[in-house]
Design a protein around this ligand. Structure first.
Ligand code: NAP
Length: 336
């Protein structure tokens, strides 16, 4: 990082993840000397109110990013592949929220609460994991350190905003249509999401969704556990913000659920909400707008040896995307 008051650019600033990132830069008073916002030609000229004043969105083209010290990419993998190497070549750092570089061994894939030490080996591009991988690895890392992980099973409950603003708007329209007694339609997603649960909608890789493949590969990478056995089913649910997952972890050693709660309570990024008799457990509505990974329903999984079952929720746009990216930039500045 060549400046302690970096010139910052956000690519995809009009999207779900990029728009949240612009707000979080302001919330955390990120010490930028300048802020430029980019999107596609569709949004060029739109004005966005930021902590550094009103900024006009520009169309991303050519070598517009070459003067930036930090560029946050939140516009899809193709855009990152096209523009991130140029940022690195020009001496800046690309903090990429797309999937473009997550499995590139030369690019660190970092969750600050889990493997911040990896950040130091970047060569101008740093990758953010997927919005399920981030909270999942935050929850698994303490279990891995304390007991060892043998096999992890997860079933996800993923919010509409995880697929971008388009699906969130479509869910809103479907909710209104259903309330008005009109037949809802689906164009962004293959099925109507309102009043539904959809175990698909991602591209397929063989019998698995691309999301399932990503969660497994990225979690293994973040935890530095390339041989960890994992079984994942990803499901889209009619929630606007907040990804959740039911997780079953088979450990190397027996773990008492009270000890696991204590361990998680003391782990960074986690808030334990676990009093089911009083109807207190993690839920997307409770985490939306926060940076916490809420964990609850911690109990023995009696179906397996040394098994622990739990449930988590986290804001997919914040800790699952934007907050993680801003934290990485803060660490880059701190370690400069
Ligand atoms: N949503 C999440 O929870 C989440 C979590 C983690 C990571 N991510 C990642 O963040 C990225 C964006 O996802 P999203 O959910 O925020 O999508 P989104 O709401 O659809 O936003 C997409 C953004 O990218 C811009 N864009 C599209 N094509 C572009 C191009 N050719 N050049 C420049 N900008 C372009 C769009 O600009 P226009 O306004 O001009 O269309 C918009 O600002 C993806 O790589 C995704 O994997 C998302």
């Amino acid at each position: 990082m060549r400046s302690d008051r970096p010139a910052v650019a956000v690519v995809g600033a009009t999207g779900a993840a990029g728009g949240t990132l612009v707000r979080i830069l302001g919330e955390r008073a990120f010490p930028a000397s300048a802020l430029e916002l980019y999107a596609s030609a569709r949004s060029a000229g739109r004005r966005v109110s930021t902590y550094l004043g009103d900024v006009a969105v520009r169309e991303l083209s050519g070598d517009a990013l070459r003067g930036a010290d930090i560029v946050f990419f939140a516009a899809g993998a193709a855009t990152s592949r096209r523009h991130a190497p140029g940022v690195a070549d020009a001496g800046g750092v690309a903090v990429d929220k797309s999937s473009a570089y997550r499995m590139d061994p030369a690019v660190p894939l970092v969750v600050p609460e889990v493997n911040a030490e990896q950040l130091g080996r970047h060569r101008g591009i740093v990758a953010n994991p997927n919005c399920v991988t981030i909270p999942l690895s935050i929850v698994l890392a303490p279990l891995q350190r304390a007991y060892g992980l043998r096999h992890v099973t997860a079933a996800t409950y993923q919010a509409a905003t995880g697929a971008g603003i388009g699906l969130a708007d479509e869910l809103d329209a479907q909710t209104r249509d259903d309330a008005a007694g009109t037949m809802p339609t689906a164009t962004v997603y293959p099925h109507v999401l309102h009043g539904n649960v959809v175990p698909g909608g991602w591209a397929m890789q063989g019998a698995d969704t691309e999301e399932e493949v990503k969660v497994i590969a990225e979690t293994r990478r973040v935890l530095d556990a390339p041989d960890l056995r994992m079984s994942v089913t990803t499901v889209r649910v009619p929630v606007t913000i907040g990804h959740s997952a039911a997780v079953w972890a088979e450990l190397d050693a027996d773990a008492d659920p009270d000890d696991v709660r204590t361990l998680l309570r003391e782990s960074p990024g986690i808030v334990v909400v676990d009093d089911p008799a009083s109807q207190r457990y993690p839920m997307p509505r409770a985490v939306a707008g926060t940076d916490d990974v809420q964990v609850g329903r911690v109990r023995r999984d009696t179906g397996t040896e040394n098994g622990i079952a739990l449930f988590f929720s986290a804001d997919n746009l914040r800790k699952g995307a934007a907050t993680n990216a801003v934290q990485l930039a803060e660490l880059l500045l701190r370690d400069r």
